[in-house]
Design a protein around this ligand. Structure first.
Ligand code: C5P
Length: 221
């Protein structure tokens, strides 16, 4: 480890995009690679924290001294987060959780109907994990969310910071192809209650993760 500034701290991180099954072979998912969450987990581990990573992309890289919990769906991710959150000091929700999933998952592969050129699917809301966490959060616990937006980034992210009772939101403009989803670099704006927003330069996800560590050290003071 580089240093032990976070020794004794327990940090829970989520990563990747959830996937909601339509039938045994099809699902609704998103372009999240899981790289940002993995970089965050590794950065906190390097600074001496005890890290648990709940991820939909467990095969992405070998992790050293990080407890790995593989999940697929939003519901599974929520169950894992709610189980682990009470005994962690910090939660960082870097995962892209599906907002909607199929109302029903078919037991067998859905067949196309030769009589019809269209097919409508009914989707229902998945649980909002950070909303559930906000209800059980203790004063001493720090929660951090991500806001991936293609428009009105700062306004939308600030609204989420308040609604989800977060200590920090990492706002991410995913309309730009060189940063954000499924890339190695990122550029984000840190938004905290009663603080000036701060935009990072375009840099590696590893460097963004180190900047998040610094934010957490500041929040823990
Ligand atoms: O509301 P929105 O999905 O844009 O908020 C993004 C933040 O909320 C992310 O940190 C994401 O991990 C989290 N989230 C969640 N449960 C959901 C959807 C998003 O915890 N169902």
């Amino acid at each position: 480890p580089q240093d032990q500034v976070l020794k004794g701290k327990k940090v829970l991180v989520t990563a990747g995009g959830t996937s909601e099954a339509l039938d045994p072979v099809r699902s609704i998912t998103n372009a999240s690679s899981g790289k940002m969450g993995l970089a965050i987990a590794q950065a906190f581990q390097q600074h001496g924290a005890q890290v648990t990573l709940i991820t939909t992309k467990p095969n992405l890289a070998s992790v050293h001294d990080i407890e790995l919990i593989p999940v697929t769906t939003a519901q599974q991710m929520q169950t894992a987060v709610l189980q682990h959150f009470p005994h962690n000091n910090v939660l960082i929700m870097a995962a892209a959780v599906a907002d909607f999933g199929p109302q029903v998952t078919a037991t067998n592969k859905i067949k196309k109907n030769p009589q019809s050129d269209s097919w409508s699917l009914t989707l229902t809301k998945t649980p909002d994990i950070l909303q559930a966490v906000a209800k059980i959060k203790q004063k001493s616990q720090i929660t951090i969310g991500f806001a991936a937006e293609t428009q009105n980034l700062i306004a939308n992210a600030t609204q989420k910071l308040t609604a989800k009772k977060l200590d920090l939101i990492v706002a991410n403009d995913v309309s730009q192809s060189q940063i954000g989803f499924n890339t190695d670099d990122n550029q984000v704006t840190f938004i905290r209650p009663q603080q000036k927003n701060w935009q990072t330069p375009v840099t590696s996800k590893q460097n963004i993760a180190q900047l998040i560590v610094r934010q957490v050290l500041d929040l823990l003071q």
